[in-house]
Design a protein around this ligand. Structure first.
Ligand code: ADP
Ligand code: ADP
Length: 228
């Protein structure tokens, strides 16, 4: 099955604000897709539906073939593992005394122990180039390093799809380049919410443009962004 299938997703907030009007998206395994669109377009609302944080609207969301069903708590746990969200602010995601403990937290919560847990953690740290700082407190790292550790905490869950909210924000050119290289080296499906069009063009062969709660464009990023 595809990594993500969204069909007819419509959602209004409790105050009546209609944020999504019938969104359809299919993302195949291993694709890297940018989710673009102006403020208020519904990007955050869509992302919050992918792991069941928001629900109660119309339509269906499937992750690796498994439907997001807020009434099925076991399925929802599995969905939360499959949809790995990297928040815009890494400090919302890092709260343990050391980098290694932060990366171990999720898989330990899944019940992994011993050598299996350790290999998950070491491999996630290696994939983001953070093995060397594993024993340090996250607060002692640079912002760019903290963002990479936040990516590792999600990779350690072996997600079906990695969702990143504004991954290039607050990074200097070197930090942008390092993160881009890491994201390009992963074989995981990626959905990246961003306003950074050059970053989208560099990393994502395909883009979606959401506007007013509707997908208004879906195609190859160079076609959507034009040549300017
Ligand atoms: P984006 O992430 O693209 O900026 P959002 O998904 O945050 O867009 O918002 C989509 C629409 O839903 C906007 O009109 C926004 O004002 C509205 N909205 C977002 N969150 C809430 C909320 N908690 N309650 C009511 N309306 C909301
Ligand atoms: P982003 O730019 O990352 O999409 P937003 O500025 O759209 O973030 O929203 C930030 C937070 O404010 C979100 O948690 C969103 O749900 C909330 N929010 C946005 N619009 C509204 C609204 N009209 N009423 C209540 N909460 C809102």
């Amino acid at each position: 099955p595809p990594s993500l299938e969204v069909q007819g997703l419509a959602y209004a907030y409790p105050d009546g604000t209609q944020a999504l009007y019938g969104v359809d998206v299919v993302i195949g395994r291993g694709e890297r897709v940018a989710l673009l669109g102006p403020n208020g377009a519904g990007k955050t609302t869509l992302v919050l539906h992918l792991n069941g944080i928001l629900n109660g609207g119309l339509g269906t969301v499937r992750v690796g073939g498994l439907a997001v069903d807020p009434k099925d708590r076991k399925a929802l746990r599995e969905i939360r593992r499959r949809v790995g969200v990297v928040f815009q602010d890494p400090d919302d995601q890092l709260f343990m005394p050391t980098v290694r403990e932060d990366v171990a937290f999720g898989p330990a919560n899944l019940g992994l122990r011993g050598a299996e847990l350790q290999s998950r953690v070491e491999s996630a740290l290696a994939r983001v180039g953070m093995s060397e700082v594993a024993d340090r407190p996250p607060q002692h790292l640079s912002f760019g390093q903290r963002r990479r550790v936040a990516v590792a905490t999600v990779l350690a869950m072996e997600p079906e799809i990695l969702v990143l909210d504004e991954p290039s924000s607050n990074l200097d050119p070197a930090g942008r380049r390092e993160l881009a290289e890491i994201l390009l080296s992963l074989d995981v499906t990626v959905l990246m919410v961003t306003h950074d069009l050059p970053y989208a063009a560099q990393l994502c062969p395909r883009s979606l443009i959401l506007s007013g709660g509707v997908i208004v464009a879906d195609g190859p990023t160079p076609d959507l962004l034009g040549d300017e």
